[in-house]
Design a protein around this ligand. Structure first.
Ligand code: ADP
Length: 263
């Protein structure tokens, strides 16, 4: 009976979840269909001056729908990581323009990059999308502006640290952290942030897949993610990426394939 109950609760959860996604997707489709309808009517009425506006609106909705399905697809398939020697400082620097644009004028972006940062073993593409995602979350947590700090650092974790955080093996890590001065999270939110589809954002704005995907990516690279957050104060998300333990060939920059068997 216990098992049957658990099964029915699980089915109910799946039902709520797919219902939520279908609802979001439907809203986006409504935006596309409504936009196309308005385009048609305005063309028929000879109001060409209005057409561009509705094309833009329909296109934005369609892109959001495409974004949702591609996140769902990416979530469904277990991504195979392309682990390479990665210069995390260079990756952050190369994204600064994009991050500035994403954050807007109300949020100041600061970066503190460690001078002698170790090379990390990670998938640079996935790390880029993780960093962008963290910055979008931070932006959403600071609707009235604030400060976002991106930091890199080397960290040597000994056994005592590993005892406190059993999911983190002792060893050397490159840390990439993103700190905002936003809303922070309640303890009940912190407990759920890594669950797929957990979101506190309004329908259509959050999929609840960002942090669960970053969690999967960090664990798959042999690292980890930790969150420190205080309600009303802000949030720090730390990504631990394993240090690359091989020779770095400086003539091939910035990313070199790790030879088979290494890493
Ligand atoms: P989404 O952003 O689509 O909601 P995420 O998995 O990225 O999905 O985040 C889940 C939830 O975690 C968010 O809805 C929000 O409540 C909370 N969260 C994530 N990042 C932050 C942050 N920097 N500050 C406050 N809350 C956050």
């Amino acid at each position: 009976a216990q098992e049957a109950l658990r099964q029915s609760q699980k089915m109910e959860a799946v039902g709520q979840l797919t219902g939520g996604i279908a609802h979001d997707f439907n809203n986006m489709l409504t935006g596309v269909i409504g936009g196309l309808d308005l385009i048609q009517r305005n063309i028929a009425a000879g109001r060409m001056d209005r057409v561009q506006k509705y094309i833009d609106a329909a296109s934005t909705s369609a892109q959001r729908a495409a974004g949702l399905t591609s996140r769902l697809l990416a979530f469904g398939r277990r991504q195979s990581l392309d682990l390479k020697v990665t210069d995390v400082n260079a990756l952050v620097t190369s994204m600064e323009d994009l991050l500035h644009r994403t954050l807007g004028e109300q949020i100041a972006l600061e970066s503190h990059l460690a001078d002698d940062l170790w090379a990390a073993s990670t998938d640079a593409n996935q790390l880029e999308s993780a960093l962008l995602n963290l910055c979008i979350n931070a932006r959403d947590a600071m609707p009235n502006g604030g400060k976002l700090t991106v930091e890199t650092d080397n960290a040597e974790l000994d056994d005592s640290y590993a005892r406190d955080y059993p999911e983190l093996q002792a060893g050397q890590y490159v840390i990439l952290s993103v700190t905002d001065t936003g809303s922070g999270m309640s303890t009940s939110t912190i407990e759920k942030v890594f669950e797929p589809f957990f979101t506190t954002k309004p329908v259509g704005q959050g999929t609840g897949l960002g942090l669960s995907m970053i969690y999967g990516f960090a664990r798959q690279s042999g690292g980890h993610i930790r969150i420190y957050s205080e309600l009303g104060q802000g949030t720090t998300v730390k990504l631990f990426l394993p240090r690359f333990e091989g020779e770095i060939q400086t003539d091939v920059a910035p990313a070199i394939a790790i030879p088979r068997g290494a890493g």
